[in-house]
Design a protein around this ligand. Sequence first.
Ligand code: PMV
Length: 312
Amino acid sequence: MTTARAPGKIILFGEHAVVYGQPAIAVPIHQVSAIVEVTSISASRLGVIHVEAPDIGLDSWLHEMDQDQPLARIIHLTLNEIGIHDPPALGITISSSIPIASGLGSGTAVSVAIIRSLSNHLGQSLPLKRQSELAYEVEKIHHGTPSGIDNTVVTYAKPIFYKRGCDPEIISIGAPFTLIISDTGVQSPTAVAVEKVRRGWQDDPNIYESLFDEIGRLVLQARYSMERGQVNKLGPLMDQNQVLLEAIHVNSPPLQALINAAREAGAYGAKLSGAGLGGNMIAIVDPLNAHAVEKALKQAGAVSTLTTEVIE
Ligand code: PMV
């Protein structure tokens, strides 16, 4: 049996602008992960693959699955990449503790864990860059123009500075800091928010370009502060990024309620994270105050909170 895992992720700074070529920062969330097990099974013929994902009620043979289904797609892409067209009969079991459709990278982590377990099981592990590129192919099913930040941070499993078309840079964290990730419970497909921003940009390119430029400048400052351990600078930078996200109309009343609650309970700063319109917000907090902020978030309607430390 071969097992592989991939972590969840969260975007700290620069979402949306990253689609338009600005840099962004994302970090892995190791408390949650996707785990995939590949086993050789006895079956009547070569090349049959059984896929099981109990969390989503999937129990099927690969050849019976819709080939555009993301799980089927990544299995085919991986086999193709390693040039194995008649693999031995295999069983693939997928499980994940990453909440689905909430900006924590659940689909991406499943893709990366499948690529790893399958290629390792067949004796041909793939370089990280290629793993990330294959996972990117599946991201495109979810929305047509993904920036590539999700597959990159999940694959490299380190804090990253990401800019489209450039190799990702790993950020070395000068001092650990504590984040609370909190879910509004409002499902928000990334494609919808990305499309909303695209329409805004098409209607008013000058305004949107200058907002994206400003977001890009904040991202550079955030990287500088993260590397130097200037944790006190990150809260105000999050607040400024949030103002710019509001200006591109991806904020929403439930997000704002959680952001306000976190700030009132003493968070250093807070913003939405990922696509916006719903989904998650993040707050940077003093670890000693994390419990109080989590409590305030729940009172303000959060369906879940996750406290995590960002470290090297
Ligand atoms: O919702 P998430 O965490 O998958 O984030 C989407 C991030 C965007 O910048 C809005 C889109 C992208 O492809 O980068």
